[in-house]
Ligand binder design. Structure first.
Ligand SMILES: [Zn+2]
Length: 478
């Protein structure tokens, strides 16, 4: 797992302690900071190096903080935009680019395209753009927002933001989502975006980009023969192949080599630390792709050859197992074996993650939908919160979450006008009753203090919500 942090810190000096806590928490190797307001003699937190953009960074005072020992090379960008980029050599390479655009300077799709073309893939571009669009959770859309929406769509780029707000205006307490992350598609599926719950002294929330372990999980396979070490075989699987595939491949390598040894020996033992593959072979689970291939390899041996399979636990110092791990690790540095295809089942999790990210993006564009506030992140299992509390309460909570209750919607069935709140004369909606109505505020305070639907359904015990509605005398009409 690998984390990149993006944060408009609003003064490196003033929020230095907060930054150190964040670094401790995230263990991040790369932090993109904006509005550093670097003064004379400002030193980075211990263990980190400050990398400033070539040619300075007017207005934004951006800098990359890089953990010492992280291998990277700076990219010499040819652009008129305020941008800096570096390619990081983790177990795989990743380019991180920081792009700042002052509020009134012009920008065109062409200049963006020229910049993006210079970035080696996969890349993450952290954008401080002052661009507004509901596509990433902002309440309004402006010219820059529209342009960026078009640019990302035309160039098959993905905005990772989840729709959460990233900026709080300190005077008006209004919020917007202006800290953006644009990603190339291959990395987008493996990267999750999350805003910190605390401003940490700034007016922007720190943002965590977590690259799943898949990102680093290129795999290789090896077979090691203790009595014939020179016969050891390795192969590097294609990027994206699963560990399970690699384990099957290791056994296939062993079987292929054993075939050549049947002239000299009759009895063989294959030791594998993959219980799942051994079980799949034993149970002839041909739904698992490639198990049929292994099974056929085994079947073709002459009957006088006997092959046993033994499961051994991994990483406990069994010498042969350590040797084979070393061989496989060394093979990771090779390029993948040409012609060897990737098994389609290995791609399923990636396809699922990608589809979900597209769905999430579409959903995030529905900022005005009342359901979005209740469930901004798709896939969250909210209904479990009321589980076990009885059917009546579960039904009521479900109706409240979707915003359809007898109390507020029965007018539709009765061909009547939409009702107004008897207390304050606003439109009578579930949100109005639960959160908004000022006349119910005193009663509400006795039960909960949250001021939005998101937190209401996560932080407040359902029995308190019910208590509040009973107190108002409307629970029976939910
Ligand atoms: Zn009211």
């Amino acid at each position: 797992m690998f984390t990149v942090v993006q944060w408009n810190i609003r003064g490196l000096r003033s929020n230095f302690e907060e930054l150190k806590l964040l670094l401790n928490r995230s263990q991040s190797a790369v932090v993109a900071l904006q509005e550093c307001r670097l003064g004379e003699g400002q030193v980075p937190p211990r263990g980190y190096t400050l990398l400033l953009p070539q040619g300075g960074s007017p207005g934004g005072e951006a800098a990359l903080l890089i953990r010492n020992g992280t291998r990277f090379s700076e990219i010499d960008l040819k652009t008129g935009l305020h941008a800096a980029a570096a390619t990081f050599s983790l177990e795989k390479t990743l380019t991180v680019c920081y792009l700042y655009l002052p509020p009134n300077s012009p920008v065109s799709k062409l200049s963006l395209a020229e910049l993006f073309e210079q970035l080696p893939k996969p890349f993450l571009v952290l954008v401080d753009f002052n661009a507004h669009s509901p596509a990433w959770g902002d309440s309004r859309r402006d010219g820059r927002g529209r342009m960026l929406e078009e640019f990302t769509a035309e160039n098959d780029l993905i905005i990772l933001n989840s729709g959460e707000q990233t900026f709080v205006h300190s005077a008006y307490h209004s919020t917007s989502a202006i800290d953006l992350v644009v990603a190339s598609p291959s990395i987008a599926a493996e990267c999750s975006w999350a805003a910190h719950s605390d401003l940490c002294g700034s007016d922007h929330f720190p943002i965590f980009l977590t690259l799943s372990s898949n990102f680093n999980s290129n795999v290789a396979a090896a077979a090691y023969f203790p009595e014939h070490p020179d016969r050891s075989k390795t192969t590097r699987l294609r990027d994206g192949a699963s560990v399970f595939s690699a384990e099957q491949e290791g056994i296939a390598l062993a079987l292929t080599e054993i075939k050549k040894l049947t002239k000299y020996h009759k009895n063989f033992v294959i030791y594998s630390d993959s219980l799942s593959v051994l079980q799949a072979i034993q149970s002839k689970n041909f739904k698992v792709i490639d198990i049929r291939r292994l099974y056929n390899l085994i079947r073709k041996f002459p009957t006088y050859v006997h092959i046993s399979f033994v499961w051994i636990p991994a990483h406990v110092g069994i010498q042969g197992n350590e040797n084979v791990d070393k061989l496989a690790k060394a093979a990771l540095n090779r390029s993948s074996t040409p012609g060897k295809l990737i098994c389609y089942s290995d791609l399923k999790p990636k396809i699922n993650t990608y589809i979900k990210s597209v769905w999430q993006r579409d959903w995030d564009a529905e900022g005005a939908n009342k359901l979005h506030e209740v469930l901004p992140n798709l896939g969250e299992d909210l209904h479990r919160r009321g589980e076990g509390a009885g059917r009546k309460l579960e039904t009521a909570m479900c109706r409240l979450r979707v915003g359809h209750t007898w109390l507020t919607q029965s007018y539709l069935l009765k061909y009547e006008q939409q009702p107004f709140c008897y207390a304050c004369d606003s439109l009578y909606t579930v949100r109005h009753i639960l959160i908004e109505c000022p006349d119910f505020q005193d009663t509400r305070r006795k039960y909960f203090s949250v001021t939005d639907m998101y937190r209401l359904f996560r932080e407040v015990n359902p029995s308190r919500i019910v208590g509040y509605l009973k107190d108002l005398g409307v629970y029976g009409k939910i």
